[in-house]
Design a protein around this ligand. Structure first.
Ligand SMILES: [Zn+2]
Length: 330
């Protein structure tokens, strides 16, 4: 099954612009440095209810630890810019490298081709993708190709209407986009694709390095963003319902696995998804997320893979996550 057009549009048109990242209320800055004792560690989903106040402290700690750890392999990136286009950011390389450090587990591309164009070079970009992806055996979606050398080819199109957006030049959209590239890479030897993982995981995990990159290791600003204010209006039951995901055997033939999520506004996949990923990271580090993708590529079943990675069934974890989402967003 092809992924919906929305994924492509997401990467290209930066739908995450509505995330709470840009609405910082400085009056509520988290005074982590003033805390006398270290917030209680969250070792399992069963700790969430009691220790929900320490979720974001541990999310941050585990992202920082991954960021500070060296990668074993050098990342090869080659930029190709359309003849009528100009490059849009000086920060793409650092955004990609940061993302690769955070999500270092799972399969990795042998090389990244970063094809950039504005509207004038659409036809050029299409040809370039075909040229570099020749003999390709996997088309994750139209914005990402993997060729038989294990190289990922990313088309970063800067639509005219977004070219002056600060998130183009500050590199944060590249961090987000490169997560989608890594998600695609996990499926390169699979008969399944990313639609077998929930949409909130797809977008939420892409927002994780984006948020971190935006705040450039500033815990105060980052944690202020992670207050969940945009989710305040939702009930615990809503969070529970939103996290519904049908196993392949529960779906009708041809039913979109993302149909449940698609009932609600698109932005929630980013907002709720990134909070759920924060919880996963607080419990088991960022590597758990790409491990989950790699496992779903093998099983084709998110519910089964969740249990494989986290050691708890989705049916047991889901109400605990919904409860934590409710509490951290009050
Ligand atoms: Zn996205």
């Amino acid at each position: 099954m092809k992924l919906s057009l929305k994924i492509i549009i997401c990467v290209i048109s930066l739908q995450f612009l509505g995330t709470p990242a840009f609405g910082i209320d400085h009056s509520k800055l988290h005074k982590i440095s003033a805390q006398a004792t270290k917030p209680k560690e969250i070792k399992s989903f069963y700790d969430l209810s009691k220790n929900y106040k320490s979720i974001h402290y541990w999310t941050w700690q585990k992202i920082v630890k991954a960021d500070k750890s060296r990668l074993n392999d050098k990342i090869l990136i080659e930029f190709v810019v359309g003849p009528n286009s100009s490059y849009y950011s000086k920060k793409t390389t650092s955004a990609i490298e940061l993302t690769q450090r955070i999500f270092r587990s799972g399969l990795k591309p042998t090389k990244i081709w970063w094809i950039t164009n504005t509207n004038d070079d659409d036809a050029w970009a299409e040809n370039k993708m075909k040229e570099l992806g020749k003999s390709r055996y996997f088309d994750g979606n139209n914005g990402y190709l993997i060729n038989d050398l294990g190289e990922i080819i990313v088309n970063k199109k800067i639509d005219d209407k977004f070219k002056n957006d600060p998130n183009i030049s500050n590199g944060s959209s590249d961090a987000h986009g490169y997560v989608h590239a890594l998600q695609t890479v996990q499926f390169m030897n699979s008969k399944f694709n990313q639609s077998e993982t929930p949409r909130w995981l797809f977008e939420g995990s892409a927002d994780v390095p984006m948020m971190y990159f935006l705040y450039q290791s500033n815990y105060k600003k980052w944690s202020e963003n992670r207050k969940g204010v945009t989710l305040k209006k939702f009930s615990k039951k809503f969070f529970y319902d939103y996290l519904d995901f049908k196993e392949p055997t529960q779906r009708n033939v041809g039913e979109n696995p993302w149909a449940v999520t698609n009932q609600w506004p698109d932005q929630l996949a980013y907002d709720i998804g990134s909070y759920v990923c924060d919880i996963f990271i607080a419990i088991k580090g960022p590597e758990s997320i790409m491990n989950l993708y790699e496992d779903v590529a093998r099983t084709g079943n998110f519910i089964e893979s969740f249990n494989n990675i986290f050691g708890i069934s989705w049916s047991n974890a889901r109400p605990l996550i919904a409860d934590a989402l409710f509490k951290i967003s009050r």
